[in-house]
Every structure is written in C-alpha cells, then in structure tokens.
Design a protein around this ligand. Structure first.
Ligand SMILES: Cc1ncc(COP(=O)(O)O)c(C=O)c1O
Length: 412
C-alpha cells in the first residue's frame, strides 16, 4: 500500500491559510465615505493622504500614487529623461513590466543574470553589461530577498547611472535600516491585488529628489504643473482613483503587523525546512535589517533528490495537503517569455539596429534559466500569515515526501 497521497495514501490534511485580501469594516467605511463625498477621482484628498502616509512609512520625502506598478516604472524613466539611445540594465528574472516599461520609452533593456544564492540581480553581471550607452539600473527586490544595494549604488555612482528600485514585492523591507525603494533615485511599488500592500490595482513611486517628484507629478497628471512654475512634461492620465487610495490607507494600517508575522513565520519555516535534505534556503544578507515577503523563496536541489524533478516534488506535497497549498514557480526568463515579446508591437520596430538591440534572445542567463526550470519554489505571502499549527502541516508534508523518496520516483 502506497504511503504518499499522490499514489493513493492518506494525506497529511488541508492547510487553512487566511484568504487574501484581508479586510474589515474599516475598508467598507472608508470606501463608503468616498462614495458619499462625490470626490471619486482627479487627485482627490485620499490619494494625497495615501502618498503622505506611505512616504512617511518609508521615511521618504515624496510619494506619487499612480494607476499601477507598470506605469510607475515608465513614468520614473520619463522623469529621469531616459529614452532613445539609452540602455537600462534589468534582471532577466522578473515580471515582464520591469523590462517592457524600458521599451515603452524606446530605450534598450539589457537583461542580466541573478546570483545563485539570492536570485536577485547579480552585481558582477551588471558590471559586465555596462557600456557608454548605459543610463540606469533597475534592481528588483524579488520574492523574499533584497538586492545587494551597496554593490548596486557603488556601480551606479562609479558610472554615473540612475537607479530605479523595483520594489513591487517588498513594501517594508530594509537594507541597513533604510526602506527599500528609498535608496536609489526613485522607488517603484505595485499595489496590485496580490501584493503585500494592495489597493486592488495601483502603484506608487517614492523619491527624495524634489525635481523628480515634480516631474512625476506632472507626468501622472496629463502634463500639468504641480504648483505655479513647476516643471511640466507632456503626458497622459496616470492618476489612480479615490476608492483605491482609500483601500490603500486602510491596508497600510495592517502592513507592519502583517509583515512582522510573515517574517516570523518565514524564519520558522526556514529553520524547519533547512533540516530536510535537498531543500535549500536562499542566503539572507546580514545587511537586510528587515525582510518583507511577497513569497518565501526556497531552492530545490535536484541532485539531492536522486534526480527527481522539482515539479514532481511540488505535486506530491500539494497532494499531501489536499491541494490547499499553492506554490509558485518563478517568472519565465525574459529571454524566452511569451509575455515579453517586443516585436509583437509596431511601436518597438524603430529601426534594424534597435530591433537587434532589444532582441531578448541575444541574452544568456544560466542562473535565471536554472532557477526557472529546476530550482525555485515560492511560498505565497498569504500562507505566511497562517498559524504555526497550519505551517507544521506543510513541514510534515515535505518531510513525508522526502522520507518516501523511492515512492516519489515512481510518480508519473
Ligand atoms: C517585480 C514587478 N514589477 C512590476 C510589476 C507591475 O506592477 P502592476 O501589476 O501593478 O502593474 C509587478 C507586478 O506583478 C512585479 O511583480
């Protein structure tokens, strides 16, 4: 009789994780107030309040709330004057928006590799990619690890480059006591539903530089002045609406507590899972003074599983948990991603030279590809809000699958 649930054995049981998003009467009251006020859009008071509260939370001078975390990246680049003829260095493992927003300002995204022990942008690969055309670096604080910001800022300073931090995943992480998104020139955050701070859809940029703030405000607001005489840049409408801003203010009241719980549970799981042969924990840099989690990243070591592939392991663990637990595999490498295909749009076919430069298939990123195909396993953030009793079921499932590795090998 088989022991593993995937082969008909009895499962460990379901994990009860909180449903995401988490809300209460506070969200209902705040949205109701917006309805009653009639101020539903056009830079209303809730948007300004959210900008002030989020920038204060991050100890940053200025915040600009926008439609989403894709437009924040695009407008950040426009505010920095990045455009045709410029190259921007982007990790090859990220959501496609990080790179597609570079294309949308007609600059060239240069895809680089990640480090094998953190899966964040590799400083050595950044250095190797720098040319006379490089204007900016976009480090992405991805899943549950922060980029080596000392190295990124050092390279940027040496080569006179802008830094836009893509912090879509990590509202609240800290690098040497500073919130991520406030270390480079501009920090970009997504507020989309799955994110740890969410407004349904939305995004926000942070900066400490007044000129960049003024430009981003103008860019989000159809090119208008922020105040008489402020810099104006031709643009469109990238304003968020007041309902989203109200939700954001309410959600922000929960962020510190939720981040703390996710952090505590991530450490708990890392401790337990690190004792299972073949499960690796990504390196936690000592300079990360607080880690926020969009996902808890794990590294599956196939060579320690008698060559059994990660996906079979995931299937078996999910079966132990009655399918109640969802794991994430990483973003598709951008050098071979259906969602990042520059030539599907006439806008990007500027010239033969440009097409050659933006062709994603010209970039080779062995670590990105390995993490994608074989190694990365992510635990979604809402599972990290579960109680220890529930998390123990996950640990038990992983241990059980490991103890029955011979059976696992027979799974089709
Ligand atoms: C790393 C990263 N950057 C940017 C974005 C874009 O954010 P949005 O979905 O709000 O446009 C996302 C969204 O998933 C993301 O994960």
């Amino acid at each position: 009789m088989s022991k593993l649930a995937i082969l008909g054995g009895s499962p460990i049981g379901s994990v009860m994780s909180p449903k995401w998003p988490i809300w209460s009467q506070l969200e209902i009251d705040m949205v109701t107030d917006v309805v009653k006020s009639g101020e539903w859009g056009t830079n209303g008071p809730r948007q300004v309040e959210f900008e002030e509260k989020f920038s204060e939370y991050c100890s940053c001078k200025y915040g600009v709330m926008m439609t989403n975390g894709t437009h924040t990246l695009k407008l950040a680049m426009e505010a920095l004057g990045i455009g045709p003829g410029d190259e921007v260095i982007v990790p090859g493992s990220t959501w496609q928006a990080t790179a597609s927003s570079v294309l949308d300002v007609n600059a060239v995204p240069i895809l680089v590799d990640i480090t094998p022990d953190t899966y964040t942008i590799d400083p050595a690969s950044i250095k190797a990619a720098i040319t006379s055309k490089t204007r900016a670096i976009i480090p992405v604080h991805i899943y549950g690890r922060v980029c080596d910001m000392d190295a990124v800022m050092h390279i940027a300073k040496k080569h006179d480059l802008w830094v836009i931090e893509d912090a879509a995943h990590q509202h609240g992480s800290e690098w040497r006591g500073k919130k991520v998104g406030t270390i480079g020139n501009i920090g970009s955050f997504s507020l989309q539903l799955s994110k740890i701070l969410n407004t349904g859809e939305g995004g926000v940029c942070l900066t400490n530089e007044k000129l960049l703030y003024d430009r981003m405000y103008s860019l989000k607001f159809c090119g208008r002045e922020t105040y008489p005489g402020s810099p104006q840049m031709q643009s469109g409408n990238f304003r968020c609406n007041e309902f989203a801003a109200a939700i954001g203010i309410a959600q922000l009241t929960r962020l510190t507590e939720q981040n703390k719980l996710r952090h505590e549970n991530a450490l708990y799981l890392e401790d337990k899972l690190s004792k299972v042969d073949g499960i690796g924990i990504l390196r936690r840099d000592e300079r990360v003074t607080f880690q926020a989690y969009y996902q808890l990243p794990l590294q599956y070591k196939q060579e320690q599983w008698n060559g059994i592939h990660r996906n079979k392991f995931i299937k078996a663990v999910r079966a132990e948990l009655n399918g109640s637990f969802s794991f994430s595999t990483p973003y598709t490498p951008l050098n071979n991603s259906e969602l990042y295909s520059p030539f599907s749009k006439k806008t990007h076919k500027l010239s033969e030279e440009y097409c050659k430069a933006i062709d994603p298939s010209r970039f080779s990123m062995p670590v990105v590809e390995r993490a994608y195909k074989d190694e990365y396993i992510g635990i979604f953030q809402h599972h990290l809000l579960a109680g220890k009793y529930e998390l123990d079921k996950l640990v038990d499932a992983v241990v059980k699958v490991r103890e029955n590795i011979d059976e696992l090998a027979t799974v089709e």
